[in-house]
Design a protein around this ligand. Structure first.
Ligand code: PCA
Length: 326
């Protein structure tokens, strides 16, 4: 019996060593949104493409829903090599450099085509900034246009937002909350279901996507389709981890990244109407903002454009000029 076991093990060892190189490198990819969100599904497909293209030589494990690192910690984790790759909402890091907040300056790019152009204009600066932090940009996917959620009360003018408990997901949305006289509190998407259920938040701006993820209709009645901006997720890799790959594997990663950027954009476009249709099916009132509300929000937006330009200086102006010429 003992002899047979030894032989069986011996055989197994021979079989394993004869197989082509399996799972030589493993990367962790922390992200902050739920597994069923299209951003996460796109990451999982990206990981599969890389695995297929490298015969399992590079396995990327997606840790969704902020399960490995909280959203604001992901970028630092990749920079310091605690994770090899990461996905974040770029604008979470606007405090660090205004270029990370270019996509959330309100009403500059309000549809997908404009969002793509703004990204093309901003990408070199974002790449350079990430490089200075020893990271390499791989791809970026927008969220659908941002609208306004409110619990029960109708929002006809910004006065109706005064005193509401306003959810911010970055400095930009916090500034809007302040501008409308609401009380801003920062809550990341992974904690939003609880924040709504417990009444910590009564009004907020985001896409239909995040509302859908958290079954927003269980506590909120209104969605105003303001189409104020399209924030972006960026996906990046620790430069040293990338450099450690052989050339064919690097190429496979870059190729899968380009495919993921294109696929993610299409997914976002396809899903935009689906989310709003689902809201209606669950009894929510989905409508455009009143002209008054839109005008007031645009006015707040103009102030935020100027704020942003002041912080971003000549480099920021250059990006915006490039965008406007496109
Ligand atoms: N959803 C994310 C970011 C932007 C979006 O549409 C959120 O609400 O946190």
């Amino acid at each position: 019996m003992k002899f047979m076991t030894c032989t069986a093990f011996g055989l197994a060892a021979v079989v394993v060593s004869a197989m082509p190189s399996l799972a030589q490198t493993k990367w962790n990819l922390p992200s902050a949104y739920p597994p069923s969100n299209y951003q996460t599904e796109n990451l999982v497909q990206f990981a599969k493409d890389v695995s297929d293209a490298t015969g399992g030589g590079l396995e990327i494990i997606v840790h969704s829903n902020a399960s490995l690192f909280k959203a604001p910690e992901i970028k630092r984790a990749v920079m310091t090599g605690q994770a090899q790759m990461g996905e974040v909402l770029m604008s979470i890091h606007e405090n660090e450099d205004p270029i990370y907040g270019i996509d959330i300056v309100p009403f500059i790019a309000t549809g997908f085509d404009e969002s793509v152009k703004l990204w093309e204009a901003a990408k070199p600066a974002v790449e350079k900034k990430l490089e200075s932090q020893r990271m390499k940009l791989l791809f970026s996917v927008p969220w659908p246009p941002q609208g306004l959620y409110s619990s029960t009360a109708e929002v006809k003018t910004i006065d109706d937002l005064e005193g509401q408990k306003w959810r911010a997901y970055n400095v930009g949305t916090a500034r809007i909350g302040e501008a409308v006289g609401a009380q801003a509190v920062t809550v990341q998407a992974a904690d939003m279901a609880q924040a709504l259920a417990t009444g910590v938040v009564t009004a907020w701006m985001s896409s239909g996507s995040t509302g859908y993820d958290i079954k927003v209709w269980e506590s909120q009645k209104h969605f105003y389709d303001v189409q104020a901006w399209l924030p972006r997720n960026i996906v990046f890799v620790n430069q040293a981890a990338f450099d450690a790959l052989d050339a064919p594997t690097q190429e496979a990663v870059l190729k899968a990244a380009a495919a993921a950027e294109a696929r993610g954009l299409e997914l976002a476009k396809e899903k935009t109407n689906f989310y709003l249709t689902e809201f209606k099916a669950h009894g929510m009132i989905v409508e455009p903002p009143t002209p008054e509300l839109q005008t007031e929000l645009k006015k707040i937006g103009e102030g935020l454009v100027n704020d942003w330009l002041e912080r971003a200086g000549a480099a920021g102006q250059e990006v915006l000029d490039t965008y406007k010429k496109m």
